[in-house]
Ligand binder design. Structure first.
Ligand SMILES: *Cc1c(COP(=O)(O)O)cnc(C)c1O
Length: 461
């Protein structure tokens, strides 16, 4: 009945040249059809039978087309208090790495090409030397992430055989990475030894048999067993393994290329130390404490790495040119470790001084108070940041937060506040604590405060 009164798609299209230019005829037509169908539905349901003006329909289509063209993945403010937040993309890359990615993204590159010899090369060549220099290992390879590194290592060294692991180290990392399940998928049999809290050298010794292929140590990154505990050190394990001619692999999870204690941070195992204690292979993440792009790094004995590289699974798990470019740039920074707290964003953030964080608070507090004058009390309060990405949850860093408490009682108001910040052009992700929204300022750089402040007038509460 109302069909006649709505403009035809052709009529609308002829008045939508700018939309066609920007979004293409096909997409514009599709969206106009949706808009007209929506308008028809509204007319059928409504008492008011006045049809919308063509311009109104076109404007509706414009808004829809614009929202369709917005990227889904975009920058946010991570003010959650977790520095290396897995759901928010972990490490922020240094400028040098961003430039390197940009450079290789838009051009053919010598990814697997030896320019000097004019022949095929190996993509690992771009970082292997650096990784060996920084860890003391003989050889190295890089895959998609550390989960892939562990999978590939297990599959190469122990398919159809047994891997001996302490019961205290059968970890689950957030996001469904569990050592027993990875073992299973890698085609290995898990041989658990010891008890949850205590594993001794003789436990490993007694478990070694015909089917054993590997002794493995997993760094229990996200939990700690306290009290009556014993575990076997790398060097003890290496002794046992060498008596039986078996390799030892250590999954460090995060791991670090430098001793973080030098920067006043909680100590994490250093890859070089583990190699020095005799481990044959070590795996660790590129985007946890290392502060680089998502990747998994395997370093260790040449002969074993060479077997890993020739596993067909390596092909399925390899990294692309952009990751390698970013990783190389980040590793270069490690050649000057004294400067890392200035050059590598992950370490800049983790070692940030209290004064520096306070300066950010001072800068943004007046604007926040103004923007929330009607809706919330805004204060600063000391808080604790977490390193994140499997570093010990107990290892915290003192920091400063903005605390915003809704002026009205009720969950609804807090919810509005949280959603309001999330709906900003660059979404602000904080954390809720005791009826208030907390923004941990450790991860807000002074240079980002302007962007932060500028969008506050769009806060809809
Ligand atoms: C984080 C972690 C992994 C997985 O690393 P991703 O890079 O996230 O794939 C594996 N093992 C341990 C011990 C970890 O902490």
């Amino acid at each position: 009945m109302n069909q006649i009164r709505l403009p035809s798609i052709d009529t609308l299209l002829s008045a939508s040249e700018d939309l066609i230019e920007a979004h293409g005829r096909q997409q514009t037509t599709l969206v106009l059809r949706e808009v007209v169908a929506g308008a028809r539905e509204r007319l059928v349901r409504s008492e008011d039978q006045t049809p919308p003006e063509p311009t109104a329909l076109i404007e509706e289509a414009r808004a829809h087309l614009l929202s369709l063209s917005q990227p889904s993945i975009r920058a946010v403010f991570n003010l959650t208090g977790t520095v290396l937040h897995t759901n928010l993309g972990r490490a922020v890359l240094p400028r040098a790495a961003i430039d390197a990615v940009t450079e290789v993204a838009g051009s053919p590159v010598n990814l697997e090409y030896d320019i000097e010899k004019g022949q095929r090369g190996d993509r690992d060549d771009h970082v292997e030397q650096l990784l060996c220099e920084l860890t003391g290992a003989e050889s190295a390879t890089v895959v998609n992430n550390n989960a892939a590194a562990v999978l590939l290592l297990l599959n190469t060294l122990a398919m159809g055989k047994e891997v001996i692991v302490s019961r205290g180290e059968l970890v689950e990392i957030g996001g469904s990475f569990r050592i027993p399940e990875i073992m299973d998928r890698a085609g290995c049999r898990l041989c658990e030894v010891g008890a949850t809290n205590r594993t001794h050298v003789h436990d490993y010794e007694n478990a070694i048999g015909e089917a054993s292929a590997l002794l493995m140590k997993v760094h229990t990154s996200n939990y700690e067993i306290r009290g009556f505990t014993t575990s076997v050190s790398e060097s003890e394990l290496v002794n046992v393994a060498s008596r039986h001619n078996l390799p030892v692999a250590t999954d460090l999870g995060s791991g670090s290329l430098v001793d973080l204690a030098n920067f006043g941070l909680p100590s994490e195992p250093v890859v070089r130390k583990v190699i020095e204690s005799g481990a044959d292979l070590v795996t660790f993440s590129g985007d946890k404490l290392l502060g680089g792009p998502q990747s998994g790094i395997i370093v260790g004995r040449r002969e074993l790495i060479s077997r890993i590289k020739s596993n067909p699974l390596k092909r399925a798990l390899r990294v692309d040119k952009m990751i390698l470019a970013a990783l190389e740039a980040v590793l270069q920074l490690y050649r000057n470790p004294d400067k890392l707290t200035q050059t590598l964003p992950a370490l800049v953030t983790l070692t940030r001084s209290a004064e520096d964080i306070s300066a950010v608070a001072e800068k943004i507090l007046p604007s926040l108070k103004q923007a929330l004058a009607q809706s919330a009390c805004v204060q600063t309060k000391s808080c604790l940041s977490q390193i994140g990405s499997g570093a010990l949850p107990g290892d915290t860093l003192s920091s400063l937060a903005i605390v915003m408490t809704p002026k009205h009682e009720g969950h609804r108001y807090l919810d509005q506040l949280v959603k309001g910040f999330r709906a900003l052009p660059r979404p602000v992700i904080g954390r809720v604590n005791e009826g208030a929204l907390l923004l941990d300022l450790r991860t807000l750089s002074l240079s980002d405060t302007e962007t932060f402040i500028a969008q506050l007038d769009q806060l809809a509460l």
